[in-house]
Design a protein. Structure first.
Lengths: 315, 285, 236
């Protein structure tokens, strides 16, 4: 997975593209709706995994960046009646600024701080959103955000953005910058003695991760035309964590595979029971204890040559 | 008038701080021994509240229900440690966190399944009030402060004056050396989980008379515990005490002077401490 | 005088690991630091390279105080080091290992060209795409040296470069050390292998229980009674 390998990367990519292009012509309208969600949440998970898979940093507060952008654009459009481009501009600036602040507070010492502080700060944002009724509509959220196009057009627009962003992230993690991030995960001391500042590299990774998470958040607003506090809550931060674990953090496609499984499983299980978290929890326990490579890891191990095997684990 | 409300807020602040302290010292102690940060600590707090409520409904004795419930939660803690968490000791930190997060999801739904989603309150215990400078103060706050101090004293004795405490300290300072000297870490891991979970359960039980039991209560307290333990220095008991006091009192006084900022106060304090001392008040680099 | 330390003291708890050590290192000179285990050699290197801050004293580079700088900034000012326990990116390829330090160079250098040059310097071109963990111990040590050289240091600390290396590879490492001296680097060699020390070093510092007890030419050290006593004492 480390270097670009056309033979290995092309088939799954082509398959994904094929499914995405054909789907709106074959699927039901609910199916198309679900597919849009899968696409956006996949981008969310890929962006999250820049930190988790490549830096070994587990963020439990990515909802902050997702909902920060989402609310930024929703408030710009609904409350202040700004033009779309201005809303998007603000919504891109918000995750960059907030990730710099969060990164500065959380990245200086133990990595375990990172999970705790990201969680705490994202929940602070949740609290602010719920309390600031005049701006955010509180628990009810903001509604009436128009996407100004048909569902199908939005489908193709959002998938265009998702593929473009995924491509950029792919280039970033396969670049020398990605190499340095893997270097930190391998051996922090040697990275320092190679003349690199770990803090700067991690902050940079954090900004990249937050920015693309924010883009996913912007798209999300137009799916239902509403912004509700549920996207600020820590359970929304858990989505990319769980999806990435299901799919496998050690490969670029892992978070995407995991998101597909996650969204479909949620859709199916919640039809039968309201206690879907139990299933999710048990699934997580099973993955952590027995299948740390995730779906992609298992497929690689079972189907492909042992040469692909890598040491597992994040740190 | 002003001085009375100040004293009132101080009393409320310190007593809330004791609640934070009891719960977060459990979290930080278990972390100190096992090096696992337990997300499900908040769920244990929630279990403490619900179980106490259940026992209280059956028996009518708050103190008895509270003790039995806390011991039950301690045992649930051991069960989780032996059954699941111990398999993660050798794993990278992110996997440990996610594992305990999986437990949170399961436990939240278990509570919803048994007790529903509506908040439940305990009938008034009639703990009464006392009058000072012409203003009535709740006696329960005083009880909380006494219990908090008691917990601190007992922990101090357990860690510094018992054989168990010696072994715990030996293991925290050098696990290999401790094992070479015949200390069995498994027993200590489990017992530290018992102590930590017991304290979480106790905190949940003690929160009942000033709050309610709801499926979201674990989430609120775990975030506060994180703030307290990061602020005080992860794994540091004294730090947890000082940080709890700071947060509890600041929140309570903040409600008096900056009512609009109350919610943000703990986070602002956390952020300013992290800027000047990223490792926490008593933390080591 | 290129790098100098002024009365450096560093203690851990009650143990004074480095006690009031003042020393200086010249360019184009191989200076060996010897001493029994626990003499404080590695701690001294750690203070010089920025792993620890000393309790007291200063590290001066070209006359300027660099004591509080973190490792990555000391590296940027020309202080490189290898570690007692080989410190490379085990899970990355040999090529990537050399790439990483080259990427921190300011102003930026031609990374491809630099990688090729360094790999040929240590004769690892043939293993460039293999995982670093698959190299022999000696080759890993050489890779680590190459990674230091990627930063074009003016001073390099080598912490026991011969430890656990087979005799054939030792020769290659010695050749490279001499080559570093020829290039005008200040080389500081921490080593237990006395044959290697007396064969290569131009100057020897002897540390004992945290203090510097002797500083001189190899022949002076060889006949220094205190040093002989300590080494014999260390064997008891």
């Amino acid at each position: 997975m480390e270097r670009f390998n056309l033979k290995k990367s092309a088939p799954p990519f082509a398959l994904a593209l094929f499914v995405v292009i054909l789907f709106p012509f074959l699927g039901t309208s609910y199916g198309v709706y679900l597919m849009v969600k899968i696409g956006i949440l996949s981008l969310y998970a890929i962006a999250f995994n820049v930190l988790f898979g490549y830096c070994g940093l587990l963020s439990f507060g990515h909802a902050l960046f997702f909902s920060g952008s989402a609310y930024a654009i929703a408030i710009s459009l609904v409350v202040f009646d700004l033009p779309l481009w201005a809303g998007i501009g603000i919504a891109l600036a918000v995750p960059v600024a907030s990730s710099l602040a969060v990164g500065f507070l959380s990245l200086r010492h133990r990595e375990i701080h990172f999970a705790m502080i990201t969680l705490a700060l994202s929940m602070l944002f949740w609290g602010i959103v719920v309390k600031s009724r005049h701006l955010t509509g509180g628990e009810d959220g903001l509604a009436g955000i128009s996407r100004g196009m048909s569902v199908k057009s939005f489908y193709f627009l959002s998938y265009g953005v998702v593929f473009l962003c995924a491509g950029i992230i792919y280039r970033i993690v396969k670049s020398d910058f990605g190499l340095l991030l893997r270097g930190i995960r391998e051996n922090e001391v040697r990275i320092k003695f190679s003349g690199h500042s770990i803090m700067k590299l991690r902050i940079a990774a954090m900004v990249v991760s937050a920015l693309f998470t924010g883009i996913a958040g912007i798209l999300w607003i137009f799916v239902d035309g509403t912004a509700t506090p549920s996207i600020c809550h820590w359970s929304f931060s858990a989505i990319p964590v769980i999806a990435t674990l299901i799919g496998g953090p050690q490969s670029f496609a892992g978070p995407v595979v995991g998101t597909v499984v996650y969204v479909l499983a949620e859709d199916i299980i919640t039809k039968y029971t309201m206690y879907w978290q139990v299933f999710l929890g048990v699934l997580i326990l099973a993955i952590v204890l027995f299948f740390r490579g995730g779906v992609v890891g298992i497929v690689m191990e079972k189907l492909l040559s042992p040469a692909f095997k890598r040491p597992k684990g994040g740190t | 008038m002003r001085i009375e409300s100040l004293i009132f807020q101080l009393l409320v602040g310190i007593s809330t701080a004791m609640l934070y302290w009891i719960v977060s010292v459990g979290l930080t102690f278990t972390f100190g021994v096992t090096r696992v940060l337990n997300f499900a600590h908040g769920s244990f707090y929630m279990f403490g509240a619900y179980l106490t409520l259940a026992f209280f409904t059956a028996t009518g004795s708050f103190v008895g229900s509270l003790l039995v419930a806390s011991i039950c939660v301690g045992l649930i803690g051991i069960l989780c440690e032996r059954g699941l968490i111990r398999f993660s000791y050798a794993l990278p930190v992110p996997f440990q966190l996610v594992l305990t997060f999986g437990l949170v999801l399961v436990f939240e739904d278990v509570v919803r399944l048994f007790w529903g989603t509506a908040p439940r309150v305990i009938p008034s215990l009639g703990t009464g009030t006392f009058t000072l400078m012409g203003r009535r103060f709740p006696l329960y706050s005083v009880y909380l402060i006494i219990i908090g101090a008691l917990i601190g004293g007992l922990l101090y004795l357990a860690i510094n004056k018992t054989k168990w405490g010696v072994m715990i300290r030996a293991m925290i300072s050098d696990i290999d050396l401790a094992m070479a000297n015949g200390i069995n870490p498994e027993v200590l891991y489990s017992s530290s989980f018992f102590v930590g979970s017991f304290l979480a359960g106790l905190g949940g039980a003690l929160s009942l008379p000033i709050g309610s039991a709801s499926p979201g209560m674990g989430e609120h307290i775990i975030i506060y515990s994180f703030i307290v333990t990061v602020m005080g220095g992860l794994g540091n008991i004294k730090g947890a005490f000082v940080a709890s006091l700071i947060i509890g009192v600041a929140e309570s006084l903040g409600a008096l002077y900056f009512p609009n900022l109350t919610m943000a106060i703990p986070y602002l304090i956390l952020a300013s401490i992290l800027v000047y001392k990223p490792e926490g008040i008593y933390g080591e680099v | 005088m290129f790098l100098a330390t002024e009365k450096i003291t560093k203690s851990f708890g009650g143990l004074v690991a480095v006690n009031d050590v003042s020393a200086s290192f010249e360019k184009g000179v191989i200076t060996a630091i010897i001493g029994p285990n626990g003499a404080g050699k590695t701690t001294f290197v750690n203070v010089c390279t920025g792993v620890f801050r000393p309790d007291r004293g200063e590290v001066l580079l070209g006359g300027r105080d660099v004591t509080p700088l973190p490792p990555h900034e000391k590296v940027a000012r020309g202080i490189g080091r290898t570690f007692q326990i080989t410190n490379i990116f085990q899970g990355l390829s040999v090529r990537e290992n050399v790439r990483i330090p080259l990427l921190s160079r300011k102003p930026p250098v031609d990374v491809e060209e630099g990688t090729a040059r360094l790999l040929s310097l240590v004769n690892l071109e043939g293993f460039a795409d293999g995982e670093a963990s698959s190299l022999s111990h000696g080759d890993q040590k050489l890779l680590e040296v190459a990674m230091c050289l990627a930063l074009e240091p003016e001073i390099i600390f080598l912490d026991e470069p011969m430890a656990g290396v087979n005799p054939a590879d030792r020769g290659r490492i010695m050749d490279i050390i001499r080559d570093l001296k020829e290039r005008g680097l200040a080389v500081i060699l921490i080593e237990h292998n006395m044959d290697a020390v007396f064969a290569a070093a131009d100057r020897i510092l002897v540390m004992h229980r945290g203090s510097l007890i002797a500083d001189g030419l190899p022949e002076e050290i060889r006949s220094n009674q205190e040093v002989i006593d300590i080494y014999l004492g260390g064997l008891e």
